[in-house]
Ligand binder design. Structure first.
Ligand code: ATP
Ligand code: MG
Length: 555
């Protein structure tokens, strides 16, 4: 057993069960996504928790698709979910499982409940059932169908299965307690009639179990020891336990934790689907989406997401995590793994007038100073370079340690230069060219010049520069809680400036070999990665995150 101090509360409960021998020392968790959308960062939290528990205690984790609602489910989602879990670095036990594989068994369970007088077929309409539910302060009314005989219930339930009644004509309900202070326990529905094509069982079934009758029973069938879920299921737990006891099946224990909420976005798959369908984003994997596929495309690493999920801990109460906290984890990991490269986003031409015309030399640059194993690479240097427009000022203040008339800077991995002149566009006043001289004896790593330069600038040699498109991302929503306004549609809070394009930036030639999934730090600018929209004609890079926390100051 571990040091209790460092355990989260779910681990504490699991260790209690281990100590008591409740499950014969087993820990077997599951991750149960409904295949009705792509996974998001909230799911990542649940994945890290469930797979993390199994890892810590030498157990196993099942991947079970909770596919009991045929209307919204799709195999595209199944495939993306599997890919995302693998990418996050987790492996489920054996083959993936499907609640729909248990439909036959679940049906048998329902028959048993009926035989034991614990479930009945109700012919009331949905509206009538809702009306009879009562209110939190007022007990509900027993349905006129509640006292049907076991024989009649069995016959009607079989008729439901055999397609003898139209959709919605009858439901199977648990005979629990219409006066329970917990509204969810007032004879909840267990089965409904729904003629819909299921992505796995096709048209075999026209009745489908509801969540409450599928989830716990699936857990039990798989002999899951700990069914870890989010807080909204806390009120379902008495029913979960009652069904297990009534059916005499494996006594899985449900433990609830607070779902992850992240500011400036939202986790509802239904709402995320609306963004996709309405084309507010380019797809589920749009780099602005809170989905795992979006974050991957944006350049977030799996390690960064896992570290983030660990760092924020497991809470018992709902809370909202700052976006800056996620970006902190991203920067922390990318700093360790990203290759440092030169990229000029807003180029202005710099000419070194005393550098031999048409000469190109290669200078060495470290691939990653944080990683001694990463080595060095050579990049072309010449007398015509691009530098960042913002690194030059015509009339700079004293504390501006970049370039200005008669000022000196070092060019990263190259030489020290001094500015001797510049040209401007007479109409716009924009700088069109900067002129400098360089000191041949000031080469980086072999500098004998004795000249001091305070600033260091990044650059790209004009002739070898590769033009690329850059996509810059900002928050998708301008409100910290876009889904939290009862009177307003969340789409009203979409940030119109969440995606900006730089049609032509220049990067060093090595980036022609960039691969999807590689991480780069554009020196002084931020972290970037190649986007899947790249083609042989045009490379596209996404900005993953800036070098500094830009959220704090935006506030
Ligand atoms: P939605 O209501 O948008 O469909 P969901 O929670 O029903 O989302 P599921 O696919 O059923 O989505 O979720 C699979 C698992 O992930 C569940 O165990 C669920 O509790 C967990 N999960 C979903 N969202 C979060 C979140 N924001 N934080 C932590 N866990 C989450
Ligand atoms: Mg769900």
């Amino acid at each position: 057993m571990s040091n209790k101090e460092s355990l989260n509360f779910v681990e504490i409960e699991v260790e209690k069960d281990l100590e008591a021998g409740t499950y014969a020392g087993r820990v077997h968790t599951r991750f149960p996504p409904e295949p009705n959308g792509y996974l998001h960062i909230g799911h990542a939290k649940s994945i890290c928790l469930n797979f993390g528990l199994a890892k810590k205690y030498g157990g196993k984790t099942n991947l079970r698709f909770d596919d009991t609602n045929p209307v919204t489910e799709d195999t595209e989602y199944v495939d993306s979910i599997k890919a995302d879990i693998k990418w996050l670095g987790f492996e489920w036990e054996g083959q993936e499982l499907y609640a729909s594989d248990y439909f036959e068994q679940l049906y048998e369970f329902a028959v048993k409940l009926i035989q034991d007088g614990k479930a009945y077929v109700d012919d009331s309409s949905a509206e009538e059932i809702a009306k009879m539910k009562g209110t939190p302060t007022q007990a509900g009314l027993n349905s006129p169908f509640r006292e049907r005989t076991i024989e009649e219930n069995l016959r009607l339930f079989e008729g439901m299965k055999n397609g003898e009644y139209p959709d919605g004509a009858r439901v199977l309900r648990a005979k629990y307690d219409m006066a329970s202070p917990n509204m969810l326990l007032r004879d909840p529905n267990l089965y409904r009639i729904k003629r819909a094509h299921h992505h796995r069982t096709g048209d075999k079934w026209c009745i489908y179990p509801l969540y409450d009758f599928a989830h716990g029973q699936s857990d039990a069938i798989e002999k899951i020891t700990h069914s870890v879920c989010t807080l909204e299921f806390k009120n379902h737990r008495p029913l979960y336990d009652w069904l297990i006891e009534s059916l005499g099946i494996y006594p899985t224990r449900q433990i609830e934790f607070a779902r992850l909420n992240l500011e400036y976005t939202m986790m509802s798959k239904r709402k995320l689907l609306q963004l996709v369908n309405d084309k507010h984003v380019s797809g589920w994997d749009d780099p602005r989406m809170p989905t795992i596929s979006g974050m991957r495309r944006r350049g977030y690493s799996a390690a960064a997401i896992r570290n983030f999920c660990d760092r924020i801990g497991i809470a018992k109460r709902d809370n909202v995590i700052e976006y800056a906290s996620l970006e902190f984890s991203v920067r922390e990991d990318l700093n360790k793994v990203a290759t440092r490269v030169m990229g000029v986003l807003d180029p202005v031409k710099l000419v070194i007038t005393n550098y031999p015309k048409d000469q190109v030399e290669f200078v060495e640059i470290e691939n990653n100073p944080e990683d001694p194993e990463s080595g060095v690479r050579s990049i072309p240097f010449s007398g015509e370079l691009y530098i960042e427009r913002e690194d030059f000022m015509e009339d700079p203040p004293k504390k501006f340690f970049r370039l200005g008339p008669e000022r000196s800077v070092r060019l990263k991995s190259g030489y020290i230069i001094t500015c001797t002149g510049f040209d401007k566009d007479p109409d716009t006043d924009a700088i069109t060219e900067i002129r400098c001289t360089y000191y041949p004896d000031s080469k980086s790593g072999a500098d004998t010049s004795g000249i001091k330069a305070k600033g260091t600038l990044h650059w790209v040699s004009v002739k070898e520069a590769v033009p690329v498109e850059i996509r810059l991302y900002d928050r998708l929503f301008s409100d910290p809680n876009p889904a939290g306004h009862p009177d307003q549609d969340f789409r009203e809070f979409l940030n119109p400036d969440s995606l900006r394009y730089i049609p032509t930036a220049y990067v060093e030639p090595a980036l022609k070999e960039a691969k999807l999934g590689q991480h780069f730090q554009f020196i002084r600018k931020g972290y970037y990665c190649l986007d899947q929209d790249s083609s042989s004609e045009k490379l596209v890079f996404n900005q993953t995150v800036g070098l500094k926390d830009s959220w704090a100051k935006k506030g």
